[in-house]
Write a new protein. Structure first.
Length: 281
């Protein structure tokens, strides 16, 4: 089922995600398309939209807090030696056209615009794939091309002076529950051991659901993971961790993250097996 402003993703006939193409949002939230709600096959929601703790967290999508000083993440901007600051510097991602739009996914083009005009043009592909009776995969690829005609760079609060806050890129705001979700990779356990480090995949296990995020290309695997569980549950892949990421005129930055969405709490062995199946599907 599709509409002019949304796409409903289905796996084995079941709705598992809604992609909102043209959301009506205030400028402070850096308006952009997003996936919400995303659910397990049993119907458990595993995303949140504009929660009270972070109104600019919009389900699943691509968000960057600093593109040449413009905020495509939403909320306050981290300013060196000043901290989080309200600035009139928000950009927006505008959907322009679908090249493919089906019940199992889509490919679209977006324009990333701010005060100077269009900075980046994005080609985004999202595909939903069945894995087992209790799990499916959300495959998201984005390619950002500098169309501004001048050098650009991507930054994060970390590169602007806030240690540990290298968020920006693919980001999934997960379901918040009374108990923090468990975090693990193939070789490590706990948020402290996973956050800010590279890994082929990262699992977030809640009370009755598990999300397993896989870096599905060599470039994506080089990006450290951003993981939060105490203040809120969220996982992202950091485009700018230790230093700003340059994007010369006409050049493209491409990343791919495949997320296993499973019912129940998966262990390390089952999570790894599903990731392998999802990435090679």
């Amino acid at each position: 089922m599709t509409g002019n402003d949304s796409v409903v993703l289905r796996v084995a006939g079941r709705p598992v995600g809604r992609y909102v193409t043209r959301p009506e949002l205030p400028a402070r939230l850096s308006p952009r398309p997003y996936l919400h709600p995303v659910t397990t096959l049993a119907g458990t929601a595993v995303t949140e939209l504009s929660p009270a703790d972070h109104a600019h967290h919009l389900g699943v999508g691509v968000a960057v807090p600093d593109v040449e000083g413009f905020n495509f993440w939403g909320g306050r901007t981290y300013v060196r030696d000043r901290g989080p600051t309200e600035l009139d510097n928000h950009g927006a991602q505008r959907h322009t056209v679908y090249h493919r739009r089906e019940t199992d996914g889509f490919t679209e083009e977006l324009r990333w615009t701010a005060a100077p005009g269009e900075l980046l043009r994005e080609r985004r592909t999202v595909i939903a794939t069945a894995l087992t009776d209790g799990a499916w995969a959300l495959d998201l690829t984005f390619a950002l091309t500098n169309v501004s005609g001048r050098p650009l760079s991507v930054g994060s609060p970390a590169t602007n002076g806030r240690p540990g806050a290298a968020y920006g890129g693919f980001f999934w705001r997960a379901r918040k529950e009374d108990t923090e979700p468990e975090v693990f990779t193939a070789a490590a356990d706990g948020t402290d051991a996973v956050h800010g480090r590279t890994a082929d995949w990262v699992a977030l296990a809640g009370s009755m659901w598990t999300l397993v995020f896989a870096a599905a290309t060599e470039a994506t695997r080089r990006d450290p993971w951003f993981v939060r569980t105490e203040e809120y549950p969220g996982v992202g892949s950091s485009l700018a961790h230790d230093a700003r990421l340059p994007v010369p005129p006409g050049e493209t930055v491409e990343r791919r993250v495949v997320t296993v969405v499973a019912d129940g709490r998966l262990g390390r062995e089952d999570a790894g097996a599903l990731v392998t199946k999802a990435v090679t599907a």
